[in-house]
Design a protein around this ligand. Structure first.
Ligand code: BG6
Length: 479
């Protein structure tokens, strides 16, 4: 482990994301030695907190996740400082700059800066511009901008946001987060492909019948109704996480190591998404919204806090995505995501056709890659943990022990500190995925759905089953 040095400036430092994800991840990196003496964290937000109060909030959050001695947490929290901040006030950026410079001297942080946007997206552009115009960037260290999702809510707003941050930071210094790319199992997909020649040989339209990506959640929208009303599952999960998972399984050359090559391959894949006409949106995409459960224990979406009583926002979608390229033309990528489904389940099911017998594989074999680290096995072949299956199809590259695997955010922060952009999304990828999503959204917004249309705790509306049945297919994961 090589210790990293940087000053983190966290915009939105008093917020939920910072306390639930960032501070616990920084603490893990502290315990494992990636962060040690040469770092400091400046939390900024509007409210006027003292350093001591801020540190207490950090320690309180850590206690939810760790049972370390309070002394260790206290030592860690000595690296934390607070600066109250109004995103529109230039003076405040000068104060931040001076504090960062002072802490850099104190902790010998090598003039490196990580500017982390954990605030409401409407402020991303303003903050990035001020960082630049008020001269916060250092001349002799790195200056990296980290952007949380959502990156826009459609192509136009994403373009505008990108225009604003690009004026202030070169593309190479921008780290757009999709936390699924920090998950160990998602990172392992190209590795599995690269190390299993037969599997890779079979991953194309000659041998694959269809690929299914499911990101199911059992929770509802919880306290995020306000945000969710502006999003819906299409923007919240499909445009980003599902597309990136498809990128990992379907783009060419999994052996590529260079970030630029990997990104180009992904861009090419998304560039070959088959456009949807409005009529194809109707036939290829299904939307749903959860109702109460049969016992009336769970709220319907329309009863959640900060949700309109007549909301037409979807909490479930299933769809058929297609590509127009040599490798994948003709293979449906069925995708599905929803809140208040029976279980939390994140998985890719690859259904092979009977040509695979040419490769010595049983006809209609199904390979399932499980994305959750809570599972103690991560690959199933025909529903059986691959180790016990007789199939000589896939070998996992390393011990499948997920116990020690890093949390998504922990791994992404290491990448940011190391200047490794492989696991972040590039603008060109977003442009293609937003274009695709916008076509669906526009069609949906022109029609009134019959919501609510699925009972809480179920697999979504029946139309999601029919979508596949029409092609003679069926969902592999069917609770
Ligand atoms: C987030 C979405 O990006 O991903 C949430 O905004 C969703 O709505 C979450 O719950 C799921 O992430 P994970 O890591 O729990 O699968």
């Amino acid at each position: 482990v090589t210790e990293k040095s940087a000053i983190f400036i966290i915009f939105g430092g008093s917020g939920d994301l910072a306390h639930r994800k960032l501070y616990p991840s920084l603490f893990r990196l502290y315990k494992s030695g990636f962060l040690k003496d040469h770092f400091a964290v400046i939390g900024t937000a509007r409210r006027p907190w003292s350093d001591d109060y801020f540190r207490e909030t950090v320690i309180t959050s850590l206690k939810d996740y760790f049972d370390d001695e309070e002394e260790v947490m206290k030592e860690f929290s000595k690296h934390f400082f607070y600066q109250s901040h109004d995103v529109n006030d230039s003076e405040h950026y000068i104060a931040l700059k001076n504090l960062a410079a002072k802490l850099d001297d104190q902790f010998k942080a090598g003039h490196n800066r990580v500017y982390y946007m954990a605030i409401a997206p409407r402020f991303f552009g303003t903050v990035a511009e001020h960082i630049n115009s008020e001269g916060l960037k250092t001349a002799d260290g790195y200056n990296r901008l980290v952007i949380e999702k959502p990156f826009g809510r459609d192509l136009d707003s994403a373009c505008e946001l990108n225009g604003n941050i690009s004026k202030a930071f070169p593309e190479d210094d921008i780290y757009r987060i999709d936390h699924y790319l920090g998950k160990k199992m998602v990172q392992d997909i190209p590795v599995i492909r690269a190390q299993n020649d037969k599997f890779e040989e079979a991953l194309n339209n000659k041998y694959v019948s269809n690929i299914q990506v499911t990101l199911a959640e059992s929770i509802g929208v919880e306290d995020r109704g306000g945000y969710y009303e502006t999003a819906g599952v299409l923007r919240d999960m499909v445009q980003n996480h599902i597309m990136q998972i498809i990128g990992a399984i379907a783009s060419i050359d999994p052996k590529a190591k260079d970030a630029k090559v990997i990104h180009k391959n992904k861009c090419d894949l998304f560039g070959s998404l088959k456009d949807l006409t409005p009529e194809q949106v109707d036939t290829n995409f299904v939307r749903g919204q959860y109702d109460t459960d049969n016992l009336d224990d769970e709220k319907a979406y329309r009863q959640e806090d900060n949700v309109a009583e007549d909301s037409n926002i979807e909490t479930f979608t299933a769809g058929k995505i297609e590509f127009e390229n040599d490798r994948w033309s003709g293979v449906p990528f069925y995708i599905r995501s929803g809140k208040r489904m029976p279980d939390k389940s994140s998985r890719i099911d690859i259904v092979f056709n009977d040509n695979v017998t040419d490769l010595g594989i049983k006809a209609n074999t199904v390979v399932t890659l499980l994305i959750e680290r809570t599972n103690d096995h991560s690959i199933l072949i025909n529903g059986i943990d691959y180790k016990e299956s007789a199939q000589d199809f896939i070998k996992f590259p390393e011990e499948k022990d997920f116990v020690g695997a890093r949390e998504a955010y922990e791994s992404l922060i290491i990448d940011i500190l190391s200047g490794n952009r492989v696991n972040f999304t590039l603008w060109d990828e977003l442009r293609s995925t937003w274009t695709y999503i916008d076509a669906i959204r526009e069609r949906w917004d022109s029609q009134t759905p019959d919501f609510p249309n699925y009972v809480s705790g179920t697999m979504g509306p029946d139309a999601a089953e029919m979508l596949l049945e029409r092609n003679g297919d069926s969902w592999v994961w069917d609770d």
